[in-house]
Design a protein around this ligand. Structure first.
Ligand code: NAP
Length: 264
């Protein structure tokens, strides 16, 4: 059984930053399968080309543009290339981010700045470029990919926590400012998701094969679990939802004490 109808994004154009790898790639693929025309954008041309070829071999409509989301002019070029090709941009998924797990003593001044620059400023740059060039006049939908770390204190993630706290704040502010333009803005905060670079790096650095601990459901989520939440938030089923940050983490974030659960 399919969760969503095949054509829910027919004739829509979706931009997924970081859409050539990991969670972003699965999110992009799902939008494509539900009828959206895709643009994926990030720095590495070889990854973009490979993902785009894969999508096209699956019958999806995909273009790619290289860009570093830290650079406003590069981000503006992505938006203008989409508008030149399709004449519209309906859905923006701010997924691109950097992460290297490290305790504060192991994060250089520049390392901290780089993560805030990519995760927070990058999200702002792409949002602003898409808003000014198209969304402001036509409406649309933005989903930011956040994280759960910033809601509690999580070691090894000071830089990412700081940046993603900003992403959550930006999500709410954009929802308020953009609402009158017919734009909904939400965020999805994945927990540890199996078979992703993010989780692999975290597990390797912290020597934690579980990738950050347990959750009430007792297993790691999949890239598809995150993609499903993003699809829902971008769909008409979520037409009255804006300014929210949705955890997709098997309940890890609400299980504060991680006490053993009684079995009887
Ligand atoms: P990933 O595979 O490393 O993907 C990150 C993507 O961002 C890459 O495609 C990368 O492409 C792009 N990117 C990085 N810096 C960029 C820049 N300056 N400009 C443009 N693109 C840039 O990571 P992932 O694990 O799938 O994570 C995806 C999202 O989920 C991130 O927002 C992450 O914070 C969030 N998240 C993941 C997990 C998890 O378990 N994996 C948990 C919580 C949150 P290039 O190298 O080609 O630029």
């Amino acid at each position: 059984m399919k969760t969503f109808r095949d054509d829910i994004f027919k004739d829509k154009i979706a931009l997924v930053t970081g859409g050539a790898t990991g969670l972003g790639k699965e999110i992009a693929r799902r939008f494509g399968r539900h009828g959206a025309k895709l643009c994926i954008a990030s720095r590495k041309q070889e990854n973009l080309e490979a993902a785009c070829n894969e999508f096209q071999s699956e019958g999806l409509d995909c273009m790619w543009v290289t860009c570093d989301i830290r650079e406003p002019e590069q981000v503006e070029r992505v938006v203008s290339e989409i508008l030149a090709r399709h004449g519209r941009l309906d859905i923006l998924i701010n997924n691109a981010a950097g992460n290297f797990p490290a305790p504060i003593s192991g994060i250089s001044y520049n390392g901290f700045k780089a993560i805030v620059d990519i995760d927070l400023r990058g999200t702002y740059n792409v949002t602003k470029a898409a808003f000014e060039a198209y969304l402001k006049k036509h409406g649309g939908c933005i989903v930011n990919i956040s994280a759960p770390f910033q809601n509690l204190g999580v070691s090894w993630q000071a830089h990412v926590s700081a940046a993603k706290a900003g992403v959550d704040a930006l999500t709410r502010t954009c929802a308020v400012e953009f609402g009158p333009c017919g734009i909904r803005v939400n965020a999805v905060a994945p927990g540890g998701m199996e078979e992703t670079e993010g989780l692999a790096r975290f597990a390797e650095a912290t020597q934690d094969a579980g990738g950050g601990g347990s959750n009430p459901l007792g297993y790691l989520g999949t890239k598809g679990d995150v993609a499903n939440a993003v699809i829902f938030l971008a769909s008409d089923a979520a037409s009255y939802i804006t300014g929210q940050v949705f955890a997709v983490d098997g309940g890890a974030g609400i299980d504060m004490m991680k006490m053993p659960v009684p079995t009887e």
